[in-house]
Design a protein around this ligand. Structure first.
Ligand SMILES: [Zn+2]
Ligand SMILES: [Zn+2]
Length: 242
């Protein structure tokens, strides 16, 4: 039935309108990968996205050990994430991007072996339409690809945060303080956890979530971001994406 529908009404790419797929390979190829991996704490480049030793010390053992990011939050990636909650085609285009990102991830980092994969729970302003949370979909695709165990209820949001786009790095850290809680600490204790989100801007959300997970006894927290805002390239190849 699905194939017949596809034959009668071939899907069109939401970007270039070409027939075939909701996110065609040509448009997908235009999505830029991050030029480097970054430390979550200081946002400076770091090989493999590992948190610098001195940055981890500064946060007294509450920082994630690593941030893995795939796409630059820019162009079609940005549109795909922004529009994903507005309709079925947009939703499917994000799924396609997530699958692609999981493939990229598998090549770049090999097997990912956490005990649990947790999506970052949505902020109320993001959840305004049909309760759709992009992080959930990314986590689902990751768990499918890497055979991970997904839990959407273990990490919850307990406090509304204000819209974040006007705040600087320190302001954002303050703003998300006390926003998250772990519902069943016993299920976190001693576990290696992968936190997943659609975009990492200042890292404040990941840092705060990781903190409550470590407080609940997590052995290690790593983070995955489908995309990351990359303002400056540090090694000469400058793209200012402000
Ligand atoms: Zn296209
Ligand atoms: Zn650092």
């Amino acid at each position: 039935m699905e194939n017949l529908l596809k034959y009668l009404f071939p899907p069109k790419c939401i970007f270039c309108r070409n027939e075939g797929e909701v996110f065609c390979d040509t448009c997908l190829a235009e999505c830029s990968l991050l030029t480097a991996q970054y430390c979550l704490v200081c946002d400076l480049p770091s090989e493999g996205g590992f948190t610098h030793t001195q940055c981890a010390e500064r946060l007294k053992g509450t920082a994630p050990s690593r941030l893995l990011g795939v796409y630059s939050y820019d162009g079609k990636v940005r549109e795909c994430i922004k529009f994903s909650k507005y309709g079925a085609k947009q939703f499917l285009s994000l799924r396609k991007l997530c699958r692609e990102a999981a493939d990229v991830c598998a090549e770049m980092w090999g097997g990912i072996t956490p005990d649990l994969c947790l999506p970052i729970p949505s902020s109320p302003q993001k959840l305004s339409y049909r309760g759709f949370n992009q992080a959930n979909m990314i986590a689902e695709e990751f768990c499918r690809k890497f055979k991970l165990s997904l839990n959407k209820e273990l990490l919850i949001r307990v406090r509304n945060t204000e819209a974040q786009h006007t705040q600087d790095r320190e302001g954002r850290r303050e703003n998300v303080k006390g926003s998250f809680a772990v519902t069943a600490p016993a299920n976190v204790k001693g576990k290696k956890i992968l936190l997943v989100d659609d975009i990492s801007t200042t890292g404040a959300t990941f840092l705060e979530s990781a903190k409550v997970l470590y407080e609940a006894g997590a052995a290690e927290v790593q983070c995955f971001a489908l995309s990351k805002r990359e303002k400056v390239c540090y090694n000469g190849a400058a793209h200012d994406r402000a």
